[in-house]
Design a protein around this ligand. Structure first.
Ligand code: APR
Ligand code: PHB
Length: 391
């Protein structure tokens, strides 16, 4: 059995774990990242792709925003369609913008940065176990290539996503979880066809929600609200494009370019928060701590801000020997997280078709969206939340 030591042991090499390792390294703090999957698997996952200005600034500070700022698409507005009606919400009044850049690309940039500094994660580790997290000497045990390893740490960062092991290391009488599971999913496709419009369009339609997003001027990323019991195999490319066309306003449907899909997957929708985010020397960040439904595009942005806050707290601990930021991490992060949960749940509730909804419920959704597009105060509040300019 081999024993090693590090300052911060990080579980998970998604955006949270990779960015935390990167920020810590730039501050001269040593870390080791343990990842259950292979490097190719981590780099192959297709996920969301809308990055707030504030998150871009953090990525810049981490030295990983160069390609994002070169290739990412800057957006200054977003469209909402309700049946045939189209509305545009402009970000200009708030001087806000969003950058559309795939999380897959960001993960690659982070991985390249880790490789350049010799800090690549340890991939394909198994049976990661957290020990003594409530003491000053926490430890990670794991297996790699059949051999047992021990990693002694000052701190452990649980960046292992919703299905990870970290959260379970917080005793049940300490941990509280809050959850809402939605009765539908999103069927997403990626295709090398030009987007129907230059901006994102969120569609509230009688047949169900749809979203037209993009990765570039030549690559579309589109989603359809779908039943939870449907299977990807039931959705031929033709069926997907037919259904999207049926949910688009007629004038936009005329611009829909169909093409073979590069990826097709179904994701369930969930709202989830764990509290507290700290137990002894264990800190949770990203999807290990919280899940938002993708409607508000907040998942990645929350993860980036969690990790920035956590990195700053570790820096204060090591440089200034003060633990005020570590002690305040959970409460401060949770306040920001709950605001994003509120926005994501609200936007999900006004845009989707809920089973069993009445005509009154539908009228309420339409009135809610009408209020959003016709009141300058409501638009300002939306832009603040959607672009993260308040966070
Ligand atoms: N041991 C080691 N690694 C693990 C374990 C484990 N027991 N369990 C999970 N992991 C790894 C996963 O394989 C994954 O690579 O932890 C990583 C978690 O990454 P993500 O799920 O991407 O979570 P996070 O880094 O917090 O990213 C948040 O990604 O899922 C989106 O919506 C989310 O955009 C947000 C962002
Ligand atoms: C995406 O481009 O994948 C995307 C955009 C906006 C969302 C969710 C996903 O709200």
């Amino acid at each position: 059995m081999s024993t090693a030591r590090t300052q911060v042991g990080i579980i998970g090499s998604g955006p949270s774990g990779l960015l935390l390792a990167q920020l810590l390294e730039r501050a001269g703090i040593d870390s080791v990242v343990l990842e259950r999957r292979s490097r190719d698997y981590v780099l192959g996952r297709v996920r969301a792709g809308v990055i707030e200005q504030g998150a871009v600034a953090i990525l810049r500070e981490a030295g990983v925003a160069e390609r994002l700022e070169r290739e990412g698409l800057k957006h200054h507005g977003v469209e909402i369609a309700v049946g045939e009606q189209r509305y545009r919400i402009d970000f200009a009044a708030q001087a806000a913008s969003l950058t559309v850049y795939g999380q897959t690309e960001l993960t690659k940039d982070l991985m390249d940065a880790r490789e350049a500094s010799g800090g690549l994660p340890r991939f394909e580790v198994e049976e990661v176990v957290l020990e003594d997290v409530a003491t000053a000497r926490p430890r990670l045990r794991y297996r790699q290539d059949g051999a047992a390893h021990v990693l002694d740490c000052d701190f452990i960062a649980g960046c292992d996503g919703f299905h990870g092991v970290s959260r379970a290391a917080i005793p049940a009488d300490v941990l509280t979880t809050h959850e809402r599971v939605y009765p539908f999913g999103w069927l997403g496709v990626l295709a090398d066809v030009p987007p129907v419009s230059s901006e994102l369009i969120y569609l509230s339609h009688e047949r169900g929600f749809a979203l037209c997003s993009m990765r570039s001027a030549a690559r579309s990323r589109c989603y359809l609200q779908c039943d939870l019991d449907t299977e990807v195999s039931a959705w031929s490319d033709e069926r997907f494009w037919d259904e999207l066309e049926a949910r688009l306003p007629t004038e936009l449907a005329a611009h829909l370019t169909r093409g073979p899909t590069l990826e097709k997957s179904i994701a369930p929708l969930r709202s989830f928060v764990a509290e507290p985010l700290r137990y002894g020397r264990l800190f949770l960040a990203g999807d290990a701590a919280h899940i938002v439904p993708p409607t508000g595009a907040k998942g990645l942005n929350l993860a980036v801000r969690d990790v920035q806050q956590l990195a700053a707290a570790f820096v204060t601990h090591y440089r200034e020997k003060r633990d005020t930021l570590l002690d305040g991490y959970s409460a401060t992060a949770l306040r920001r997280i709950w605001r994003a949960e509120r926005f994501s749940a609200w936007l999900t509730s006004v845009l989707h078709r809920f089973p069993g909804r009445t005509s009154f419920d539908r009228r309420m959704q339409i009135a809610e969206l009408d209020q959003l597009v016709s009141s300058s105060a409501a638009r300002a509040a939306f832009v603040e939340a959607y672009t993260g300019s308040q966070a």
